[in-house]
Design a protein around this ligand. Structure first.
Ligand code: SF4
Length: 272
């Protein structure tokens, strides 16, 4: 269905942390869809590759008040200060190997331009970027199962979540030929489809008809490290206050509302 926002899409996710069970299906779905290589021993997290990673958070209390939350973390597709596309990683890349798509809000990675300096990894506040230490090797026969629309990456480059951008291109091309708009269900990421708990919702944050548009307005919605002004496109929701506080590293006794108020005041003063 057509609407006024068709030319200004802003793809994003709303992840319900009260539904996530930490099963890791999103990580596996992402790896299978995006030809992410793996080795026998992936225990060294400094060199392992997972575009989507599930973190475990705890409230630090003893039984019976202990509580756990699982937090899936893809690239947050930051819009940067004032949402002008100045994402932390895009701003520092000397090879323009990563770019902000103003028509989709997706932060891309162009592997053939990347020369592996890893400045983007140092700049990313969400640890969402991974360096490819080895050329991909697949168990015999598995190379036939690779996704043909996603190029496997060579060693020496940085890679990350692309919101399964190849799926967007495919849906867009199909809709173009049929002279119609892309339907919400036609472009969904692999992790969204793989989640058995239905915790991940994906869509156009600018489109009033998409589920994410309403979900992001949930009073319990928050974004990670919001006070950095990275304007991320991944919203999280949780009814648990300690989870929402953990999302922005609030200090003990710090009031989230007053911090955000101060930030809004600062932005007003700096003209943003
Ligand atoms: Fe770049 Fe990291 Fe933001 Fe993704 S989460 S856009 S890699 S700074």
């Amino acid at each position: 269905m057509s609407n006024e926002h068709d030319n200004n899409k802003k793809f994003g996710m709303v992840i319900d942390l009260d539904k996530c069970t930490g099963c890791g299906s999103c990580m596996v779905g992402c790896m299978a869809e995006n030809n992410v290589p793996f080795r026998k021993d992936e225990t060294d997290k400094l060199v392992s590759l997972t575009w989507m990673r599930v973190y475990k958070l705890t409230n630090g209390k003893d039984f019976p008040n202990a509580d756990t939350c699982y937090l899936p973390r893809p690239c947050q597709h930051c819009g940067g200060k004032g949402d002008h596309g100045h994402s932390p990683c895009v701003s520092v890349c000397p090879a323009t190997a990563t770019d902000y798509g103003y028509d989709t809000g997706v932060v891309s990675q162009i592997y053939t331009r990347c020369f592996g300096c890893r400045y983007c990894m140092a700049a990313c506040p969400y640890h969402a970027r991974y360096f490819n230490w080895w050329d991909p090797v697949w168990p015999e026969g598995m190379e036939k199962m690779l996704t043909p629309d996603v190029s496997p990456r060579m060693r020496g480059v940085v890679e990350k979540c692309s919101f399964c951008y190849h799926r967007w291109q495919e849906a867009k091309d199909k809709a173009y030929v049929e002279e119609r708009e892309v339907e919400e269900a036609e472009y969904q990421t692999a992790c969204t489809e793989a989640c058995p708990a239905g915790a991940i919702t994906f869509g156009d944050l600018n489109n009033h008809d998409h589920a994410v548009y309403k979900l992001k307005k949930n009073p319990n919605a928050f974004r990670l490290l919001e006070r950095l002004d990275t304007n991320t496109k991944i919203y999280y929701t949780s009814e648990r206050e300690w989870v929402r506080r953990a999302g922005d590293n609030y200090l003990e006794g710090e009031d989230p509302k007053s911090v955000m108020k101060k930030m809004a005041h600062k932005k007003g003063g700096s003209g943003h």
